[in-house]
Design a protein around this ligand. Structure first.
Ligand code: CA
Length: 220
């Protein structure tokens, strides 16, 4: 699982990126200041950094330059509201591997993240396996044993979330928040979630001796 550090001072943006990345199966951590981010980067290895340019204290460019100055090759995706050509040039010249202008669509952030991680060349971070179930996170394909399973995009997201939380109990509340990402929705998603899980269970577990998706009923 790829470890990603998100250095972003704006809490709403930082939390949205973190939960979105986690929903995709990445191990995402947030640092709220450049100093904290730099400290974390020195303390443990990360596979990728999502770095906001405008930060209080040391800004993103300073962090980036300091990181490159000490020889770190960690891919850095720079986020910024500044999209003049000279800003892009400065960002890339300072050692950013890619550049994303705010506001951006989350799908685009994900695509950039995938592309940068692919460039690093570690294909294993895109492959998750539990028992004989294999998820290809890059091509969004699922196999159980040698059998390819066809899933909808939402089912894939759901399954990836289960795989990421392997061995843990996942609540409908978590799924509504992290997979559906509709916190302001007026009606509860419980029925929608149940239907998706039922479909997924049929596709993944039906006819298999070992069941991989288990229900925990809290109301005894
Ligand atoms: Ca900022």
């Amino acid at each position: 699982m790829a470890k990603i550090l998100v250095i972003e001072d704006e809490p709403k943006t930082a939390n949205a990126i973190r939960s979105g990345l986690r929903g995709e199966g990445y191990d995402a951590t947030v640092a709220k200041t450049g100093e904290d981010g730099f400290f974390q980067l020195n303390a443990e290895p990360f596979d990728l950094v999502v770095l906001d340019w405008m930060l209080p204290g040391r800004d993103g460019i300073e962090i980036l330059k300091a990181l490159r100055a000490r020889g770190a090759k960690t891919p850095v995706l720079l986020l910024t509201a500044r999209d003049a050509i000279e800003d892009r040039v400065l960002g890339l010249d300072s050692g950013a591997d890619d550049y994303l202008v705010k506001p951006f669509a989350f799908a685009e952030l994900l695509a950039r993240v995938r592309a940068l991680l692919r460039r690093v060349g570690d294909t294993d971070i895109f492959r998750k396996q539990i028992s004989d179930l294999v998820l290809d996170l890059e091509n969004r394909r699922v196999k159980r044993g040698s059998q390819e399973i066809s899933v909808t995009p939402r089912e894939f997201d759901l399954l990836a979330y289960f795989v990421r939380h392997h061995g843990q109990t996942v609540t409908r509340h978590m799924l509504a928040k992290d997979v559906w990402r509709e916190p302001r929705r007026a009606t509860p998603l419980d029925n929608v979630i149940d239907v998706h899980i039922a479909h997924l269970r049929r596709k993944v577990d039906e006819g298999q001796r070992a069941k991989l998706i288990h229900t925990v009923n809290r109301r005894a």
